[in-house]
Design a protein around this ligand. Structure first.
Ligand SMILES: Nc1ncnc2c1ncn2[C@@H]1O[C@H](COP(=O)(O)OP(=O)(O)O)[C@@H](O)[C@H]1O
Ligand SMILES: [Mg+2]
Length: 228
């Protein structure tokens, strides 16, 4: 599903954000990427959705070398993966339903399909009854659920979430992580970066740790930190 082969990313500033990272994530896996601020977590995800290009090495998504995609193919790649951000990135003047529908509209979904599919995606995140609410009327946890519905509405095989609980209280964080972890039931691959030690330790899923841009641990049922 996702493979990095000896990937390094040196930003134009000269900062080495990732150094010789090799990683493989299979279909239906759930992976936490953990590590301190500046360790390269966001850069790793950006390479996958092709917001950044690797300086060295190869990044494969669905078996395709995303570093070598033509411009038209980049748009195609982005349609086949969902991305969720810490700050939700919802359109503030649009309802929850319209925010989700927007993701269908931009890819040319027939108009009769848009509303039922957007409602179905909201149902999947438990927000059907809030479909007509504006983002400002929703709690942070609800806004993040709308953004997850938007990311899932095209049924992407891969969902990327960059610090999805970074702006949320502990209860909402736990709900969001449980929601994300359930998504793998349908064989969607989910990769989540996080700082949140509590949820990583409660879930006991695969944990990849980055430190200074290098993978320092990769454990199938890991904890946030190794306790000695
Ligand atoms: N666009 C950029 N230009 C220059 N340096 C960057 C850029 N993005 C990230 N960096 C640097 O790369 C390193 C890794 O950043 P990042 O991937 O955002 O880490 P994390 O998400 O783990 O906090 C940091 O030193 C950061 O300052
Ligand atoms: Mg980050």
């Amino acid at each position: 599903m996702v493979q990095l082969d000896h990937v390094s990313k040196i930003h134009t500033s000269g900062v080495a954000a990732l150094t010789d990272v090799s990683l493989r994530v299979d279909r239906g896996e759930f992976v936490f990427i953990v590590g301190p601020t500046g360790s390269g977590k966001s850069t790793l995800l950006k390479l996958l959705y092709r917001a950044e290009l690797p300086t060295h090495g190869r990044v494969l998504v669905y078996g395709r070398d995303v570093g070598r995609l033509r411009a038209g193919a980049v748009a195609g790649l982005r349609r086949t993966l969902g991305v969720v951000f810490q700050d939700f990135k919802l359109l503030p003047q649009r309802t929850a339903l319209e925010n989700v529908a927007f993701a269908l509209r931009v890819i040319g979904t027939p108009s009769t399909e848009i509303r039922p599919r957007a409602l179905q995606a909201l149902e999947r995140v438990g927000l059907m009854q809030r479909a007509n609410a504006m983002p400002a009327e929703l709690s942070g946890g609800e806004q993040q659920r709308v953004s997850i519905a938007r990311a899932l509405v095209n049924n992407p095989p891969l969902l990327l979430a960059d610090e999805p609980t970074g702006n949320l209280d502990p209860d909402s964080s736990w709900e969001i992580i449980q929601l994300l972890s359930r998504i793998t039931v349908r064989r969607t691959t989910v990769i989540v970066t996080t700082h949140n030690k509590t949820i990583v330790d409660m879930l006991r899923r695969r944990v990849v740790r980055l430190a200074d841009g290098r993978v320092t641990r990769d454990e199938p049922r890991g904890l946030y930190a190794v306790t000695v």
